[in-house]
Design a protein around this ligand. Structure first.
Ligand code: COA
Ligand code: AMP
Length: 631
């Protein structure tokens, strides 16, 4: 049996031994009483009784080990023409100072802090400073609108909000502060203080009494030390889209997270201390948390904070430039970034200008890696192209090709094999396990490994009902797919109303909630349609109230604006169409899945419960007029 299979078997049959061994990679203040506390299923807690500090493990211990002069962060910002290298020693100083600044504003262990920042090193400093104090950070992605930020403020109840004056998005400068002001106006909970990092590109107006200048505050604050926290204490909350307008606050603990993320750096990505690892994502997403900040830093590697795009900053050679300039060993991004590069430079002609000798492998995740993109990237780069599947909830890979253990043969369209710790099964809707090759619900047998969601923040009931209830004893991933006879997992897409737009997870239900508030709309549905560049795009269908006389295109403009204003530009809702009625079951459930199949040109069976079959013909006609299914 190969090395991978042996390790995998051990992780499933003797999880406590397996993870206790992996935990040797972390410095503990106090070791655990129990590796796995299984006393309260379906909630499981790892490393009960242990104490550590995540920031210490990600920063201070590398300085103490004599690697203080090694670069921890490379900030590469083509949009501001800046490259800045920060050593572990400098990072330690900055983080300790900012932790002191937070402390001076009353932030202590267990308090929550919202971070709404662009891709600048200060975002990492703010996250690590929270971890240093045992405070719980919740980073909100900059592409979300004020009302989405307000929802998160109300739910996370932060003592302090940390932001920057603005961001550069491609060629646009986006002022963040007015957005933050609006969000705080809208929210019921008011953070006591708002710490603002003023950038050269734009200056934020400050509100007296509430707003504090980052630079002024850190200039006078006393550096703060690392605080001991329990392994089971929360490190962060990250809100992710569910099927409704209320996002789910995924809670990650300190101990299990540190162990699993550290383990994944070598075993999944083949990264050693001192290597350069680049995750081209955003700190606002889980990829940013795990693989821009915590993973590389826990491992003592060098991470890159890239403030730019794969194309247009300045061209489709941007990724190759960063790889060659900073000697990147592994790049992690979403397939959509490669589709964007391919569209601009189909032959990859720009690659020839760069020395790619440091580059060892490309890892892609966030959405399905279509075989075309896989072949294009691997033919061009001539390095392994590794698809891996995971979710905000799991925080790290469920299925991957663990090159650091043993490189497996790649099958295009599959992210390869379940990762040690994950007992992945395929079941039908009744929970019956399906044989190889048959498609169904992808579930994971409990307990989940360390580093996966410990809970939903302040919502135990939703934690159970969203993930643990449908298939007792298993975690419901909400993705569908199959496992082939060799054990390779094929992930075919979400089974719920969550869609993936350019690797960003969004809820069609949340968009429907916005559209439904339009005074002229009687009812609506938003479905995900296939898109060659972004993977999926939302399409809104709406029925007007009787007697509405306004022009339909005016209403359509309203709807696009409303979704942009309420959810954010990242929702990318540009297409809507008016229909006479929506197809429904006899009990009144809108047949979204069937409409999705029609729009995407997929076969479907006429639902036996349909109220009126002609309603589907009407929808087929309306979608056909809009050019669906698109080629
Ligand atoms: N702050 C404010 N606005 C933001 C933003 C941010 N941090 N990020 C994106 N937006 C805006 C964009 O400016 C754009 O606005 P527009 O409608 O006014 O043009 C909108 O949100 C949509 O952004 P995006 O989906 O990123 O589209 P794009 O056309 O700007 O870029 C890609 C397309 C494919 C190049 C880009 O999505 C990309 O690089 N994706 C890589 C994948 C990735 O990072 N995934 C993250 C999870 S791994
Ligand atoms: P997020 O929580 O934003 O990371 O999104 C998670 C969802 O993205 C998953 O549930 C999948 O639907 C999708 N996804 C992520 N990675 C992959 C992948 N490698 N293959 C297929 N789908 C993926």
């Amino acid at each position: 049996m190969g090395q991978f299979n042996t390790l995998f078997r051990q992780s499933i049959e003797q999880p406590e031994e397996f993870w206790a061994n992996a935990a040797e990679g972390i410095d503990w203040i106090k070791k655990w009483d129990k590796v796995l506390d299984a006393s309260n299923p379906p909630s499981y807690r790892w490393f009960r009784g242990a104490e550590l500090n995540t920031c210490y493990n990600a920063v201070d211990r590398h300085v103490e080990a004599g690697r203080g002069e090694q670069t921890a962060i490379i900030y590469d910002s083509p949009v501001t023409d800046t490259i800045r290298k920060i050593s572990y020693r400098e990072l330690q100083t900055e983080v300790a100072k900012f932790a002191g600044a937070l402390k001076s504003q009353g932030v202590t262990k267990g308090d929550t802090v919202i971070i709404y920042m662009p891709m600048i090193p200060e975002a990492a400093v703010a996250m690590l400073a929270c971890a240093r104090l045992g405070a719980v950070h919740s980073v909100v992605f900059g592409g979300f609108a004020a009302s989405e930020l307000a929802i998160r403020i109300d739910h996370a109840q932060p003592k302090v909000l940390v932001t920057a004056s603005g961001a550069v998005e491609g060629k646009k400068i986006i002022a963040y502060k007015p957005l933050v002001d609006r969000a705080i106006e809208q929210s019921d909970h008011k953070p006591e203080k708002c710490i603002v990092f003023q950038r050269d590109i734009i200056t934020a107006e400050m509100q007296e009494g509430r707003d504090l200048d980052w630079q002024e505050l850190t200039a006078t604050s006393e550096p703060a030390d690392c605080v001991a926290v329990a392994a089971t204490d929360p490190l962060y909350i990250l809100y992710t889209s569910g099927t409704t307008g209320m996002p789910k606050g995924v809670m990650r603990d300190n101990g299990g997270h540190a162990v699993a993320i550290h383990w994944s750096m070598k075993n999944i990505y083949n990264i050693e201390t001192g290597d350069v690892f680049w995750s081209a994502s955003d700190v606002g997403w889980v990829v940013g948390h795990s693989y821009i900040i915590y993973g590389p830093l826990l491992k003592g590697a060098t991470t890159i904070i890239y403030e730019g795009k794969p194309i247009g900053t300045p061209d489709a050679g941007a990724f190759w430039r960063v790889i060659s300039e900073h000697k990147v060993k592994v790049l992690f991004t979403a397939p959509t970034a490669f589709r964007a590069i391919k569209k601009m430079d189909p032959t990859g002609s720009l690659l020839g200008q760069y020395d790619m000798s440091s580059f060892e492998a490309l890892y892609l995740a966030g959405e399905r890696l279509d075989p075309d993109t896989y072949h294009w990237a691997s033919d061009l780069l001539k390095v392994p192209v590794i698809d891996h599947w995971w979710q905000t909830e799991t925080g790290w890979s469920i299925v991957a090709n663990c090159r650091g253990i043993e490189e497996m043969e790649v099958k295009a369209g599959s992210p390869t094999l379940p990762v040690p710790g994950y007992d992945v099964r395929i079941v039908n809707d009744d929970g019956k396990e399906l044989p190889a090759g048959e498609e169904g619900n992808i579930v994971i047998k409990l307990p989940l490994p360390p580093g996966t969601l410990a809970a939903l923040w302040r919502n135990e009931e939703r934690f159970i009902s969203s993930y643990m209830k449908t298939f007792p004893g298993f975690y419901e991933t909400s993705d569908g797919g199959y496992i082939d006879k060799d054990g390779y997992v094929f992930v075919m897409g979400r089974m719920d109303d969550v869609i993936n737009i350019a690797g960003h997870r969004l809820s069609t239900g949340a968009m429907e909630e916005v559209i439904a508030t339009h005074p002229d709309v009687a009812e609506c549905a938003v479905i995900g349609t296939d898109d060659q560049l972004k993977g999926q795009l939302p399409l809104g269908l709406f029925v007007l109230k009787a007697g509405v006389e306004r022009k339909v295109d005016e209403i359509q403009n309203d709807l696009v604006k409303m979704v942009r204003n309420e959810i954010g530009p990242i929702a990318c809702l540009r297409e809507t169409t008016m229909v006479e009625r929506l197809p429904k079951t006899r009990s009144g459930k809108i047949l979204r899945g069937t409409m999705r199949s029609i729009a995407n040109g997929k076969p479907y069976n006429m639902p036996s419960t349909i109220d009126d079959p002609t309603s589907l013909e009407e929808i087929t006609g309306a979608l056909g007029n809009m050019g669906y299914p698109k080629q």
